[in-house]
Design a protein around this ligand. Structure first.
Ligand code: EPU
Length: 416
């Protein structure tokens, strides 16, 4: 199994290009199931999760091929209604095929995604909404089977803000008869990006990016060619890496508006950041100030940046309180950071992070995607050589991460 070795203490300097967003690419690739034809997606990141969604589309009978940063999908021939266990267990986002398949093919059978390292992650709100749209839903043998001759618009309220839940129901509702209201909808940029793609395909959607999305069903949609928005979590991760190493880094091809909460917290922590159109410049400081953070749905501080921010706080002056409100088990990185010398105490969903003067390298184990990123960041600033094991998590969501860091001057390498 691959591991990543990092010799800490090298300031990052130079320019890094931000890749397309994983969490936008996944639902957008899936949206091709809604209309028969050929699609071209550009700025698609080369990631394991994108590979998994391509496999899933191929398994359903579509053609999905990558050429550089482009993915061509042809959904002329859909032969199967089933997303099997072997594919869904690799990636929970596979549940996104449920809405579009029922909308276009009248039925779908999708393996139920189980919990994962960061939490139980139920899909009850996806299923409740789909049932409100008129689908008959049966759960048996670890699969969800949904059928509807014709979905009908409905007034749907989400008890909890859910990103893929909003995306799934938006895709189901675009071909439903009548009007659907999605209330307490997720406002994440990835939801807006999907709505824009659906609109380009001919859907009638208003309000994406607000808490109420209105969808007037249409009878058919057409294929499109679109570009994927920049990855805001990769952007945040590189901003923190630059700050941590007292570096001087320019992030290009990013979307500063999508990382507002992160920029605000970093500036409060004393990091010098300047923004110009699609570019962010981070000029690391010598010292950081502790800042409290509470994860929230967008536009709040993202749960996907909590672990990385904790690394910065672990060497800041003072004590920071970090509250995780989205997932119940998203402090798995804490044990590993403590082994590197961080002073962190957990109580329920809160971590008290007391800044220390420095971290020391250690062999560590990655447990999920963003926790893995936090260990890489800790390695960049720790004294000595850090060995990050189980890096396959990283390959799910960060394109060429060690190449990007080493081009910025980090001493980082992957060993087989
Ligand atoms: N929830 C329910 N019922 C549901 C759906 C969600 O109770 O039916 C709860 C979850 O258990 C959680 C909260 O609602 O407590 C929010 O979960 P959400 O559904 O928004 O998460 P998701 O859609 O499964 C996406 C991202 C995650 C990101 C979260 C939160 C994708 C493919 N995944 O997951 O990304 O952390 O939103 O922003 O878009 C990552 O990239 O590393 C990652 C985990």
């Amino acid at each position: 199994m691959d591991k990543i070795l990092i010799e800490g203490g090298h300031p990052l300097k130079g320019q890094v290009r931000i890749s397309g967003a994983k969490n936008a690419a996944l639902p957008i690739l899936v949206s091709s199931l809604l209309a028969e034809g050929s699609y071209t997606y550009s700025n698609v990141p080369d990631l394991k999760d994108v590979e998994s969604i391509k496999q899933l589309l191929s398994n359903l009978g579509a053609r999905a091929e990558a050429h550089g940063d482009k993915v061509h999908v042809d959904t002329g021939r859909i032969l199967s209604y089933e997303a099997p266990y072997d594919l869904v267990r690799k990636m929970r986002a596979s549940i996104l095929v449920l809405g579009p398949m029922v909308a276009r093919l009248q039925k779908a059978r999708v393996s139920l995604p189980g919990g994962c390292a960061i939490g139980a992650r139920p899909i009850n709100l996806h299923l409740k909404g789909l049932a409100q749209l008129g689908a008959n839903i049966i759960l048996e043998h670890g699969y969800v089977q949904a059928e509807a001759k014709k979905l009908k618009g409905a007034d749907i309220y989400f008890d909890t803000v859910t990103v893929t839940g909003t995306e799934n129901l938006m895709m189901a509702a675009v071909l439903a008869e009548g009007t659907t209201l999605l209330r307490n909808a997720a406002r994440e940029p990835e939801v807006v990006a999907l709505a824009e793609v659906l609109h380009k395909m001919g859907a009638d959607i208003q309000g994406a990016g607000t808490t109420v999305i209105t969808i007037n069903g249409v009878t058919s949609l057409k294929p499109v060619s679109v570009s994927i928005i920049p990855d805001r979590i990769e952007t945040g991760t590189f901003m923190i890496a630059a700050a941590l190493t007292h570096g001087d880094v320019t992030l290009v091809d990013c979307e500063p508006d999508h990382v507002g909460a992160c920029i605000d917290k970093l500036r409060r922590a004393g990091v010098r950041i300047s923004v110009h159109e699609k570019t962010i410049h981070v000029d690391g400081n010598d010292e950081f100030i502790s800042v409290d953070v509470k994860t929230q749905p967008y536009p709040g501080f993202p749960t996907d940046m909590q672990a990385q921010f904790m690394v910065l706080m672990s060497i800041a002056n003072g004590t920071s309180i970090i509250s995780e409100t989205i997932f119940e088990n998203r402090f798995i990185h804490v044990g590993e950071l403590k082994r590197m010398g961080a002073d962190i105490k957990i109580s329920g969903n809160t971590a008290m992070v007391k800044g220390v003067s420095g971290l020391s390298a250690a062999p560590v184990m990655a447990s999920d995607l963003r926790a893995s990123a936090s260990l890489i960041l800790a390695g960049l600033v720790a004294e000595g050589q850090t060995e990050v094991n189980r890096v396959y998590h990283l390959d799910r969501g960060y394109e060429a991460i060690e190449k990007k860091f080493s081009e910025l001057g980090a001493a980082i390498k992957r060993v087989k």
